[in-house]
Design a protein around this ligand. Structure first.
Ligand code: DGL
Length: 272
């Protein structure tokens, strides 16, 4: 199995913030990325709807001979990670949870802010993470409706992006947060804009490097880690517009690739 690929998926381009860290930390692994852009954003959808998408996507990645799956989406992880693990018990499945633990150990003001989608905040995973790690640190939850859409549209800076970010950052700053957790994989693509707006004294946390390192440890422990070999040819699939996705790939992670189109058909994924 060590020659097989790692499947990474998200509702759209956000999971590429995880993809680039996995490429960096595990350079010999071949990655198959699937963007469900037909359904982006996931953040305001119901748990059952997101779970159904995730099950079909995971099956698709296994059909493409993936040895492990990374749910590179906080929203999908919040509602579908445990059901996926139960449905596919032999497969290592990693998810994203807001980086509350490192934020709690970093904060000096005793207030941390978390930026995420509504579905992430409603999920049990988020509640459990806060319950486990927050202690007496105050956690300010900031729902960021529309921010993932801006990233999908490639608006990573400029007036509209600044205005939208200011409105999300303001309540966390007013509450005294000195540490901000990016609880959605789309948001690291605007981390520079966030840093410019909040200034250098605030810490802004992207969990993707830790996830990539954890993935390496999980693969190694199971004897699945690919060490050495030819540079891998990564593959990309989208349920949206492949040309637009190729432009996003170049813009966001500097990859020049041709993604392959998939279509949803009666709840199943098919090649287009
Ligand atoms: N990238 C996804 C996440 O990490 C969410 C964006 C969406 O709403 O689809 O939560």
């Amino acid at each position: 199995m060590s020659g097989a690929s790692i499947g990474i998926f998200d509702s759209g381009v956000g999971g590429l913030s995880v993809w680039r860290q996995v490429v960096h930390h595990l350079p010999h692994e071949r990655l198959i990325y699937l963007a469900d852009q037909a359904h982006v954003p996931y953040g305001q959808r119901s748990a059952s709807e997101i779970q159904a998408f995730c099950h079909t996507i995971a099956e698709q990645l296994l059909a493409l001979e993936c040895k492990a799956i990374v749910v590179a989406c906080n929203t999908a992880s919040a509602v579908a990670l445990e059901p996926l693990r139960r449905a596919l018990p032999g497969v290592p499945i990693l998810g994203l949870e807001p980086a509350v633990k490192p934020a709690v150990s970093l904060t000096r003001s005793g207030v941390v802010g978390v930026m995420a989608t509504p579905a992430t905040f409603q999920g049990e995973l988020y509640r459990a993470t806060v319950g486990r790690w927050a202690g007496d640190v105050q956690v300010v939850e900031q729902v960021c409706i529309g921010l993932a859409d801006l990233v999908e549209q490639g608006e990573l800076e400029g007036k509209r992006c600044d205005a939208s970010l200011r409105q999300f950052l303001e309540p966390m700053l007013a509450a005294g947060a000195d540490t901000i957790v990016l609880g959605c994989t789309h948001y690291p693509f605007v981390i520079e804009t966030i840093r410019r707006l909040v200034g250098p004294s605030l810490a802004v946390l992207d969990p993707a490097p830790a996830v990539a390192r954890h993935l390496g440890a999980v693969l190694e422990a199971r004897g699945l880690l690919q060490v050495g070999g030819e540079p891998p040819q990564h593959a990309f699939f989208t349920t949206g517009d492949p040309q637009a996705f190729d432009r996003a790939l170049a813009r966001l992670v500097g990859a020049t690739c041709r993604s392959l189109p998939l279509a949803w058909c009666n709840g199943r994924l098919e090649a287009r």
